[in-house]
Design a protein around this ligand. Structure first.
Ligand code: ZN
Length: 150
């Protein structure tokens, strides 16, 4: 990754962590809580899904810049998607942050690409995937079971 691109990605992550999008509760739908004990990140993800479509998604919580930015970008990219499309995005995102950008060569990651650099910092991977695991749990309606990345 060249340094200009890296700086741009860094700016996007900082922006999302300072001004997270869809940072609110939803009046309807399901929610799930996630916790990353390695870093102390906590997130609650709210999902309103009907007819197989993620109609609305939001989150609240407090954590490091990566966890907050990841949750923020996630809400933007999964909104309006079907469950299987959202699942596919998570698979792609997971492969990118665990195995590196070369693992998803040719797949369109859109905005999620700003997190490609996370793969170089294994200790931050759990920060990046926390919101996604929590989103999956909320989508399944598992309100009662807290998600932990451990
Ligand atoms: Zn973190």
């Amino acid at each position: 990754m060249n340094s200009e691109l890296r700086d741009l990605y860094q700016e996007v992550i900082v922006d999302h962590s300072k001004r997270p999008r869809n940072f609110r509760k939803l009046a309807s739908g399901h929610s799930a809580e996630g916790y990353n004990p390695l870093c102390g990140d906590r997130v609650t993800v709210y999902v309103d899904a009907a007819n197989d479509i993620v109609r609305d998604v939001s989150f609240e919580g407090c954590g490091c810049a990566i966890s907050t930015a990841s949750a923020s970008v996630m809400t933007e990219v999964v909104k309006g998607k079907s469950r299987s499309e959202a699942r596919k995005l998570f698979d792609t995102f997971h492969a990118m942050v665990t195995k590196g950008p070369q693992a998803i060569e040719g797949r369109d990651v859109g905005k999620l690409g700003v997190f490609a650099g996370v793969s170089e910092f294994p200790s931050r991977v759990k920060c990046a995937v926390l919101a996604w695991h929590t989103f999956e749990a909320a989508l399944k309606g598992e309100d009662a079971v807290p998600v932990s990345t451990e």
